[in-house]
Write a protein that binds this ligand. Structure first.
Ligand SMILES: Nc1nc2c(ncn2[C@@H]2O[C@H](COP(=O)(O)OP(=O)(O)OP(=O)(O)O)[C@@H](O)[C@H]2O)c(=O)[nH]1
Ligand SMILES: [Mg+2]
Length: 367
């Protein structure tokens, strides 16, 4: 008999490190001979996450234009599609970082509809340690209070809270934070991970691939506050072709992100996550900003050539119009006179009122 495919959902707020964890976990599992399918999700198309995850050589499906909760059937289709394409042993899915209420809107209907075909792992919620510490202290981690509300709800409904980026903390700081999280969320299991060093990935995998109790809590969510938390974010997804003469692409990405992060500091803009990937053939450079300019990080190298493709995804606390102007202005400034810009896709929006396909009021028992 063929083994059932296992589905692992990794939620958590914007910039928590979900895609990085998916990337590293996929590499580990593939080395182990496992067949992996991945599913990304966003309110619009042109996703940095998809471009990055494709670099693992795993099959990647995308639900774009709506979140999993509001397009549950699209999510099911993607599970089937990527499952068939990759003959997956394990499918890992990353919901939109500003979504919550996943236990009621995703985990319960999944259990009811796909219990025959899938083993569903406990719902993991990944949390950035710095933001987490701030939120536990009753502050908002630089976010709008309603966005901080979403962060709290995600933790509350989790089966497993996975504190990410542990390489950023000292051991005693981490222990203190872990104990505090356990006190605040006694019904969730609490683990720690660093995708950068690899520490904790195997332990987390062991826990979530041994159990199948998932979506064990349904929490009360005030949808007006949830909607506001999303609506205060301007969203930009764009894909741009760049052409020039012997361009040093790393320099372009560096200049762009430096300029952008400085503006963010000056204008005191609350950042959910800004990410950018520039691809020059098989070479790529990726940059992220998850808060003030101190959070700016750039990895990889795209070398020098005459043409490259760039994808920019930004979720920040300004209107879509302001975000549009800001990013265009900086892009023009850093490419001025040297690089020709051709916009292939450019979409600015702010997420609409969440309207999930299903919302279960009770926990489904899947045996
Ligand atoms: N120091 C450190 N940084 C990390 C780690 N994991 C992720 N990051 C960084 O955190 C930032 C966000 O990572 P992503 O994996 O894109 O976060 P995400 O949760 O997928 O973000 P969204 O898809 O926008 O919700 C990037 O700059 C990553 O390099 C880690 O273990 N340690
Ligand atoms: Mg991601």
């Amino acid at each position: 008999m063929m083994n059932k495919t296992r589905l692992i959902m990794v939620g958590g707020f914007l910039g928590a490190g979900k895609t990085t964890l998916l990337y590293e976990t996929t590499k580990i599992l593939m080395k182990d001979g496992k067949r992996i399918g991945l599913i990304t999700n966003d309110q619009a198309s042109e996703l940095v996450d998809t471009a990055l995850l494709l670099q693992t050589n795993a099959k990647v499906a995308e639900v774009s234009g709506s979140c999993f909760c509001c397009n549950f059937n699209g999510f099911i289709e993607s599970i089937k599609q990527v499952g068939a394409e990759s003959q997956a042993d394990i499918i890992i899915a990353e919901p939109v970082g500003s979504c919550t209420d996943l236990s009621a809107t995703i985990m319960q209907p999944l259990k009811e509809q796909l219990n025959k075909d899938l083993i569903i792992s406990p719902l993991t919620v990944l949390a950035d340690p710095l933001r987490l510490a701030d939120i536990l202290d009753g502050r908002t981690a630089g976010l709008h209070p309603s966005a901080a509300y979403i962060f709290q709800k995600q933790l509350e409904e989790s089966d497993v809270i996975l504190i990410s980026k542990t390489d950023l903390l000292e051991n005693d700081e981490l222990e203190f934070l872990k104990e505090k999280v356990k006190l605040h969320y006694p019904d969730s299991q609490v683990l720690t991970v660093s995708s950068k060093t690899g520490e904790g990935i195997t332990e987390w995998l062991k826990l979530i691939t041994s159990g199948k109790k998932t979506g064990q809590k349904i929490v009360e969510v005030d949808y007006d506050t949830y909607a506001e938390g999303e609506a205060v974010l301007g969203w930009l997804n764009s894909s741009v072709n760049l052409k020039g003469n012997q361009v040093n692409w790393d320099e372009v990405v560096n200049n762009f992100l430096k300029e952008l992060s400085q503006q963010i500091d000056t204008l005191k803009i609350g950042v959910g996550h800004i990410k950018i990937i520039l691809e020059n053939g098989a070479k790529y450079v990726i940059g992220n900003i998850t808060g003030t300019s101190e959070t700016l990080s750039i990895r990889g190298t795209a070398g020098i050539s005459g043409e490259a493709q760039i994808i920019i995804n930004a979720r920040v606390g300004v209107s879509p119009e302001t975000l549009d102007e800001l990013v265009k202005e900086i892009l023009e400034k850093v490419t001025k006179d040297k690089i020709k810009i051709k916009i292939d896709a450019w979409k600015c929006l702010s997420p609409g009122y969440p309207n999930p396909t299903f919302r279960y009021a009770e926990v489904i028992d899947n045996g």
